[in-house]
Design a protein around this ligand. Structure first.
Ligand SMILES: C[S@@+](CC[C@H](N)C(=O)[O-])C[C@H]1O[C@@H](n2cnc3c(N)ncnc32)[C@H](O)[C@@H]1O
Length: 288
């Protein structure tokens, strides 16, 4: 811990270029320094002689420079991110879980009418484990099977889960989409995926903050963005129970195409669900 006075911290904040993004600055102080925005606000009213910070102000300055000049996301600078009520570790092998994806946990909860029932849920392409962990923490009656092609992601998801739980209702598998789940064929109640869905041309023009730092394998969805979505939908009937649900996150303009694919592979009750910004971000269907 590094001791600073509230005066020093508030002055440091003031001296940072005023034009720059304040929300990002507060996120940096929170994730790296361990001091939240609300704590800072209360220091303005009630100053303290000594605050214990996780890093020095010099270190905060260096990291801020890295964020401003090199566009490195604060989550990768601090190796952590907030997602729903979780504080997850992230690293260069995993995507920073996005705010719109938080809705998936609620969509799944709404699908489940009987909370006393044991369920088998999958999260395909789990990354940091965000979706899988939030669901595994909701009920010990739910077993979540999470897969990812990247072993480093699987390791990190396991570490993130251990931070919150000592239960064993999250099982992690390294492999491509459904392939590691052969022994669960026909048994899965709900399958979820936020797969790579950015069309290649769009991927190539993504901002530096994304393209230079987030794993390409987590974002690039091939020529039309649907490469992985197609694969997941095509194989889903082998793994889902009759009446089982498939829930996919998709790019802003893909929902109708995802719906058509689901219809083609025997899904019914297909619904497109809008995200917080009014975009048809999630497509859900029931395998009959
Ligand atoms: C968009 S990220 C989603 C990560 C996490 N579920 C989230 O919502 O933050 C897609 C994930 O799919 C994984 N992935 C890419 N290709 C895969 C494949 N063929 N099989 C399994 N996982 C794959 C990536 O490693 C990445 O973690």
């Amino acid at each position: 811990m590094v001791e600073v006075s509230s005066e020093e911290l508030l002055l440091w904040i003031q001296n940072i270029n005023k034009e720059e993004d304040r929300d990002s600055l507060y996120l940096l102080i929170d994730l790296l320094g361990g001091i939240s925005r609300s704590e800072i606000n209360s220091l303005k009213i009630k100053p303290q002689k000594v605050i214990n910070m996780k890093v020095s102000l010099d270190s905060l300055s260096k990291n801020w420079k890295e964020f401003i000049q090199n566009k490195k996301p604060i989550q990768y600078l601090s190796n952590s991110c907030y997602w729903r009520d979780l504080n997850l570790e992230v690293n260069k092998h995993v995507l920073i879980p996005r705010v719109e994806t938080e809705q998936i946990t609620d969509i799944v909860s709404n699908l489940i009418s009987d909370s006393t029932k044991e369920l088998l849920i999958t999260d395909l392409g789990t990354g940091s484990g965000a979706i899988a962990i939030s669901l595994a923490l909701k009920s010990s009656l739910w077993t979540v099977l999470a897969t990812d092609i990247e072993q480093n992601a699987i390791n990190l998801a396991g570490k993130n889960f251990k931070k919150y739980s000592n239960t064993n209702n999250l099982k992690l598998f390294c492999g491509t989409w459904w392939q590691p789940l052969k022994k669960y064929a026909g048994k899965i109640d709900i399958a979820i995926s936020n797969p790579p869905y950015i069309p290649l041309k769009v991927y190539k023009n993504l901002p530096i903050s994304v393209k230079n730092y987030e794993p390409q394998i987590a974002l690039n969805g091939g020529d039309d963005g649907l490469l992985h979505i197609r694969e997941i939908i095509k194989e889903a009937p082998k793994y889902l129970k009759k009446d089982g649900w498939l829930l996919l996150e998709n790019h802003f303009d893909q929902a109708q195409k995802v719906k058509t694919l689901m219809l083609h592979y025997g899904f019914e009750s297909i619904e497109i669900i809008k995200d917080l910004y009014g975009i048809g971000r999630f497509t859900i269907g029931r395998y009959k």
